[in-house]
Design a protein around this ligand. Structure first.
Ligand SMILES: NC(=O)C1=CN([C@@H]2O[C@H](COP(=O)(O)OP(=O)(O)OC[C@H]3O[C@@H](n4cnc5c(N)ncnc54)[C@H](O)[C@@H]3O)[C@@H](O)[C@H]2O)C=CC1
Ligand SMILES: CC/C=C\C[C@H](O)[C@H](O)/C=C/C=C/C=C\C=C\C(=O)C/C=C\CCC(=O)O
Length: 260
């Protein structure tokens, strides 16, 4: 997909990774980006991006994406304001440790249930029958594959996002909707989220050869998932050790001649 002239909706857009994704799209001349976030900081972030990347339009839409009806309102807002939606990034997320039961349940709901809402809404609003097709990027994590002690719900939610995305990205679904769906799985990245779990930074510091990545580096992988029309149902890992890599999709491999 050529990003120039396109309209994007990014949940958690006021956060570290969300802002970096928005900046990458604006640098690539996206027509408009709407930051959908529960934090009122989204207003300043949108203003900051408008100043940095004129003449692109950057809006902030205050919304709790865990509420389906409110989240649908964000899609209606963007659709009405810009006439179309081309890119959806389900990025809003949180992390809570297992000791905090209510926080852990909220983590499951935000990181997985709300990503299901955003994937369903994205497919409905961008469907080639009513829309013009498009792409959905669901932000999972390396925690989906390499679990962290003390964060059962976080790990489970991210593994769920990978499974949800691979299911949404099967070839038949794409043929029907014209909407590609891919998962982005970064390792530790320098954002405020790392400060929400006590002891996390200390734990990361103990890991051998595991520097914390910049949001801008992760956004390079995000942009590849948006632009590469070959990628649907793809899972991208972004780590300091191996850089940006696509995990082979066994479903596609089974259909091809290779016997993986
Ligand atoms: N920072 C890291 O090390 C990694 C982060 N991730 C994932 O990246 C995504 C973005 O996280 P970061 O930018 O790191 O964190 P962040 O804390 O900077 O951003 C998260 C954003 O989501 C928003 N948000 C929270 N609850 C919401 C709700 N109910 N409705 C709407 N917005 C809501 C917050 O206000 C915030 O702006 C998350 O899904 C996270 O799990 C994945 C791998 C590594
Ligand atoms: C409670 C958790 C809070 C925050 C976690 C972060 O937000 C992020 O989502 C978690 C990242 C977890 C990373 C876990 C392990 C990462 C390992 C590597 O990146 C090592 C790279 C490759 C390993 C070898 C391989 O399997 O290829």
């Amino acid at each position: 997909m050529k990003i120039s002239g396109k309209v994007a909706l990014i949940t958690g857009g006021a956060g570290g990774l969300g802002k970096a994704f928005a900046a990458a799209l604006l640098r690539a001349k996206a027509k408009a980006v709407c930051l959908v976030d529960i934090s009122s900081r989204g207003k300043e972030v949108a203003e900051d991006l408008r100043l940095q990347y004129p003449p692109s339009q950057v809006d902030f839409y205050h919304c709790d994406v865990m509420n389906y009806d409110l989240f649908k309102g964000a899609f209606d807002f963007v659709q009405k304001r810009f006439g179309a939606i081309d890119i959806v990034c389900n990025n809003a997320g949180m992390a809570a440790s297992d000791h905090n039961v209510s926080g852990s349940i909220r983590t499951l709901r935000l990181n997985l249930e709300a990503v299901y809402f955003g994937t369903k809404l994205g497919m409905d609003y961008m469907d080639k029958e009513s829309g013009r097709g498009g792409v959905i990027i669901n932000v999972a994590s390396m925690a989906a594959f390499l679990p962290l002690m003390g964060s059962m719900c976080y790990n489970a939610s991210k593994a769920g996002v990978v499974a949800l995305t691979k299911s949404a990205g099967v070839p038949e679904q794409y043929e029907m909707t014209g909407v590609r769906v891919n998962a982005l799985c970064p390792s530790f990245t320098e954002t405020p989220l790392l400060d929400t779990s006590s002891g996390l930074r200390e734990m990361i510091a103990q890991l051998p050869n595991h520097p914390i990545m910049s949001p801008e580096y992760v956004a390079e992988g995000f942009q590849q998932l948006v632009e590469n029309e070959e990628l649907c149902g793809a899972v991208m890992r972004v780590t300091p050790q191996k850089g940006i890599e696509i995990v082979p999709n066994r479903r596609k491999d089974r259909n091809s001649s290779s016997k993986l």
